[in-house]
Design a protein around this ligand. Structure first.
Ligand SMILES: Nc1ncnc2c1ncn2[C@@H]1O[C@H](COP(=O)(O)OP(=O)(O)O)[C@@H](O)[C@H]1O
Ligand SMILES: N[C@@H](CCOP(=O)(O)O)C(=O)O
Length: 321
């Protein structure tokens, strides 16, 4: 989250007039996140998050995201439920942009996850994959492997600015990923952005997940690979095998991996690092002036790419086990 769009008191009052949430008591922009504008909204009925969807989110995808959040919340998964207005609409508009009000989820994210947090988060991701079973809508992963070459087209100069020679390395990675990308793995509802800032804990226990705005129908093992990259690297760039073991143990306690899923983790982790490198590289030069947002560092993911390139078995604890 971030704040790209300001909302006046009158605009908020006009929006809330269509809901049964009472009058606003407090309203504040939230600086975390990078994709959409988020506001903490307190009304006479309780605490909510108002999200204004910005350019990264395709309005055509909103029914999938919001119906998924509703499904998960109603199938026992700790996530926030979208609020319908009096006419049953989940999606409204403010300042010409789509928006939605969702329930506030208690809990805190952790900046420096421990191995114990990783185990809990692994369990939380498996629970999501299980809770998504039966969700009737589908959404292709528009940031998946098939999209990466076109995402990089036009960003070669930006890559060279970051690090001379990087453009050639990325092109060679893209070719390798295209050749080796696994097919036919079990798929279902994936979060696709299960980073520590999107996962909440209460008393050290997993207590919920937010930010389903990249959710899609994908290989479950790809979702795990995204998370291993996000949770198990140390600030010095090294991969924490203990944290990864714990993440997978927490995951497998609820949903054991098949042999093909496990064997695919190294290439999936390499690809998952590519996906976040590419979106970060794009955003690095494209953040609007004056927005309350801190773009994420593409070099962090360039370093993760380098780790997977040079030690492909690392996410299997370096021994192919
Ligand atoms: N349902 C929620 N309950 C509590 N806090 C939330 C909720 N949704 C978002 N937030 C807060 O807003 C911040 C940004 O939300 P997020 O969905 O990650 O935005 P973005 O889509 O821009 O990444 C989170 O870090 C959290 O502090
Ligand atoms: N997790 C992504 C950026 C999107 O972050 P969000 O949680 O703010 O939507 C990254 O680290 O590149």
């Amino acid at each position: 989250m971030a704040v790209y769009t300001d909302i006046t008191d009158d605009e908020l009052a006009a929006l809330l007039a269509d809901y049964d949430l009472g009058a606003p008591l407090a309203f504040k922009g939230i600086a975390e996140g990078v994709s959409n504008s988020n506001f903490l909204l307190e009304t006479e009925a309780g605490r909510y998050i108002l999200t204004v969807y910005e350019s990264r989110t395709n309005p055509d995808d909103l029914p999938y995201f919001l119906e998924l959040m509703r499904w998960l919340a109603r199938h026992g998964y700790p996530s926030s439920e979208p609020m319908a207005d009096r006419q049953g609409r989940l999606i409204r508009h403010v300042r010409g942009k789509p928006c939605a009000i969702t329930g506030f989820l208690n809990g805190l994210s952790v900046r420096r996850p421990t191995a114990a947090h990783c185990r809990e988060a692994g369990g939380g991701l498996a629970a999501l994959h299980l809770a998504g079973e039966g969700f009737p809508m589908t959404r292709a992963n528009d940031l998946g492997q098939a999209a990466w070459s076109s995402m990089f087209a036009g960003l070669e100069a930006a890559a060279e600015d970051l690090k001379p020679g990087l453009s050639r390395t990325i092109l060679s990675d893209l070719a390798l990923l295209a050749e080796r990308w696994p097919r036919g793995l079990p798929t279902g509802v994936c979060h696709a952005d299960f980073f520590p800032d999107n996962v909440f804990f209460t008393g050290g226990k997993f207590s919920g997940a937010i930010d389903f705005y990249f959710a899609c129908t994908e290989a479950f093992a790809y979702d795990i690979a995204v998370a291993l990259n996000a949770w198990c690297f140390e600030p010095d760039g090294s991969f924490n095998i203990t944290a990864a073991r714990q993440f997978l143990a927490g995951y497998e306690a609820a949903r054991p991996l098949g042999q093909a899923e496990r064997a695919a983790l190294p290439i999936l982790a390499h690809g998952a690092a590519m996906r976040f490198f590419l979106t970060r590289l794009h955003d690095w030069g494209a953040t609007p002036a004056g927005a309350l947002v801190k773009p994420k560092d593409p070099l962090e993911y360039e370093r993760k790419l380098a780790v997977h390139r040079s030690s492909p078995d690392l996410v299997l604890f370096g021994d192919g086990a």
